[in-house]
Design a protein around this ligand. Sequence first.
Ligand SMILES: [Cu+2]
Length: 405
Amino acid sequence: MVVSVELDAREVEWRFARDQAIRAFAYNGEVPGPLIEAEVGDTIEVRLTNSLPQATTIHWHGVRVPADMDGTEAVQSPVEPGGVFEYRFVVPDAGTFWYHSHTNETEQLERGLYGGLIVRDPRDPAFDDERILVLDDLKLDDEGEIAPFGDEHEHHAGREGDVRLVNGVLEPELEMPAGTIERWRIVDAANTRFVRLSIGGRPFEIIGTDGGLVPQARAATEVLLTPGERFDLAVGPFEEGERMEIEALPYDRGKGESERERFATLRVGAADASRTEIPATLRQIDPLVEADAEPTRTISLKALMHEGHHQRADPVRVGECQVWELVNETGQDHPFHLHGFFFQVVQENGTTPPEIVWKDTVNVPRKTQTRIAWLPDDRPGEWMYHCHILEHHAMGMMAHFAVVP
Ligand SMILES: [Cu+2]
């Protein structure tokens, strides 16, 4: 099937709370932009019209698109004001993805140019209900408008604001029926904010991440999302009348411990029948390499941070398995995002992770190293990786590289 979407990027007044609004940039006047939904194997075609006062592009975060549809400056000219561009690609994988501007990102994402993209597989486990929660924050000035961009502090520490949003709304109240289990697809769309997510401290099950379902559901009471990352959770069942806070627990990403902060409130309504059964095995994922595989390449995040700016990394060849050691000698965590390909985390600071999952963004905590493995499938062209703290990316914490036949 072909899923056709028209996206008009334009300036709007974004009312994120009853008494608070800002001048925003939005797709079709909505923040987040329209939710794009498809089934595995569908073709998505998006006609982007740029009605903004500045150039823009769209990156399809996590989707294995052909290189020329990736939305970066390496593969297309930015769409100038008044211009139009058509993106067209097949969605080969089920999962929770998102789309966002890839031009002047620090400003364009902060102002609202992002949206969710869900790809379903008919064999996905059935839940009583499903929702997507796109997390974001806003940094406002004293007048309640978007604070100016690009001060020195932001370059280094990133940009975080005190306004916390779920699906473009200030700390909303969500509701779900008692006795049911829902699939929550969570996206961290913030410029910099890390979210150590808790749902009232109650247990939930992690059933998916960036690259779709995980092999086995895993019980947890919290999960850390860094900018760009997604987690799918099985949430509930709760009892009627319960109320809990959906919040970020304190986390130190190298800038001191953050406060405990509320994103939303969950209210449990009258009971409903449940038909949810989570299978013991959600999916099989074969490891790409042995746990002790030697790196084929080492990437120093410190060097990337200080010397990055439009640097070129060595090409990789289609079909040649890559094992990359991401070394973070800096004093802060960096979420590493690889465009266009999923990877497996082979080692986290010398330890083998409990299970193999598919990721496109992984936090590399400060003073540690993370080893990833990935296979360049047959999509040659220009690709890139970068830190998904957008201010770091803008500062040049990135590299382009070619996948060659
Ligand atoms: Cu960074």
